[in-house]
Design a binder for this molecule. Sequence first.
Ligand code: ZN
Length: 161
Amino acid sequence: MFALRRSLLSAGRIARPQVARFSSASVLLQHKAVKTAEKLSEVTGPESLIGTSAAPGTVPTDLEQETGLARLELLGKMDGIDIFDLGPVIRPQHSVKGTPDDPIWVPTYDSSRIVGCSGTPHGSHEVQWFHAGVEKVGRCDECGAVYRAYELGADEEAPHH
Ligand SMILES: [Zn+2]
């Protein structure tokens, strides 16, 4: 009894791909569990960034054929959001250069980023490259300016003075 039931169940499982083979590509897409994002708010992960398909005989639009990061950028632009644009560099409030208490804030999507300092005003010394972290500030060897990173994220906002 159990064996019969199991064989019927597994037969049903095997039958499914055979049915799918006769379906058109668009039907297959509709059967996918992950929905293609057509708005930025619908992006759930890399799988949601596949394109839809163009109707036969038409030239596909960017919205129909773009995938991956290009699609993510396109969806952002449709919503007026430049997703690769980092937040602003926030100048120190009370000093010309950044200090440990009043640093130059630089945005990052990570816990630190590389900063190139050319002094104040810009270009007053050779560019010095160093890390500025969220936890650990970075200091320019040339002019002593202090930089600190602030993390960009869905719910994070730029630091307020
Ligand atoms: Zn400097």
